[in-house]
Design a protein around this ligand. Structure first.
Ligand SMILES: Nc1ncnc2c1ncn2[C@@H]1O[C@H](COP(=O)(O)OP(=O)(O)OP(=O)(O)O)[C@@H](O)[C@H]1O
Length: 256
């Protein structure tokens, strides 16, 4: 059964249509990897899913209901550049976003605050950062920072996790450790995940499904015609089809 249903989705800025005619449905718990040439509208698509942008045409339904008009706790998002708060300790980085969002911290009793701290400590233990709870982000490695950013996104117990090149800045070894970490989290939470990546190996390794965004019409004389859509939707379970086929059939690895 469809959990995220997208019908006739388009986004236009001024006269320029960035993405158009997106019709897809995604079951609950599915992991969708999104690949495509630079600038073809992948982040725009995630921003629509996050309700940071409104569609020009079409609609998005999540769990049977129309999308909220504003970003909310239903969604967690992680970007390539670390979104942690530099002047807060690692522990406070897990508490502070919630406190800012709901301004609930000031209303909590001392016992409730202690409970929030315990919850945050338990999350840190789960992501292997308990030993650096009282340190600051500047003391952490790239992999640790990105684990913290993912934990922050998960703190609101979102229904959907959106990842925009989350591991793009990490070295290959740390990337592999992060893949295991994400797969583990996913198994535990059953979350529905959309992840943009420029790494096809990563897309097929982690995704149940890989979408290639591309511009089916290419007219150098009229750039406004060049809107992107999902041109291929691959079943990536059991490793899907070989990467080579994707390379040959799309422009994913040949940005114009
Ligand atoms: N708010 C906006 N106003 C006008 N144009 C925008 C806006 N946001 C994005 N664009 C344009 O939309 C196009 C798609 O951008 P987007 O960031 O979605 O691409 P992308 O596929 O995620 O790229 P990359 O892989 O390089 O991150 C770009 O040409 C960008 O300039």
């Amino acid at each position: 059964m469809s959990y995220v249903t997208i019908k006739g989705l388009s986004k236009t800025y001024g006269k320029r249509t960035i993405i158009e005619n997106i019709d897809v449905s995604v079951p609950k718990g599915q992991f969708v990897s999104i690949v495509g040439a630079s600038g073809c509208g992948k982040t725009t698509f995630l921003r629509l899913l996050l309700a940071q942008e409104q569609p020009t045409r079409g609609e998005i339904h999540i769990d049977g209901a129309p999308m909220a008009r504003e970003p909310g706790r239903d969604h967690g998002i992680v970007f390539q550049r670390y979104s942690v708060l530099p002047h807060q300790t690692v522990l406070n980085n897990l508490i502070a976003p919630r406190a800012f969002r709901s301004s609930f911290w000031g209303r909590l009793s001392r016992a409730d605050r202690a409970e929030e701290r315990d919850k945050a400590r338990a999350t840190l233990a789960r992501i292997g950062l308990e030993h650096v709870a009282d340190q600051y982000p500047a003391d952490l490695s790239g992999g640790m920072l990105q684990r913290l950013a993912i934990a922050q996104a998960l703190a609101g117990e979102p229904k959907i996790l959106l990842l925009d090149e989350p591991f793009g800045a990490l070295d290959p070894g740390t990337k592999i450790v992060m893949h295991d970490f994400l797969q583990e989290l996913r198994d535990q939470s059953g979350m529905t995940i959309f992840m943009i990546t420029h790494d096809l190996g990563e897309a097929f390794k982690l995704g149940d499904r890989v979408w290639a965004f591309d511009k089916p019409v290419w007219d150098a004389t009229d750039p406004e015609k060049n809107a992107a859509t999902i041109t291929y939707d691959f079943d990536a379970r059991d490793d899907g089809i070989p990467f080579q086929t994707l390379k040959e059939r799309t422009h994913v690895l040949h940005p114009r």
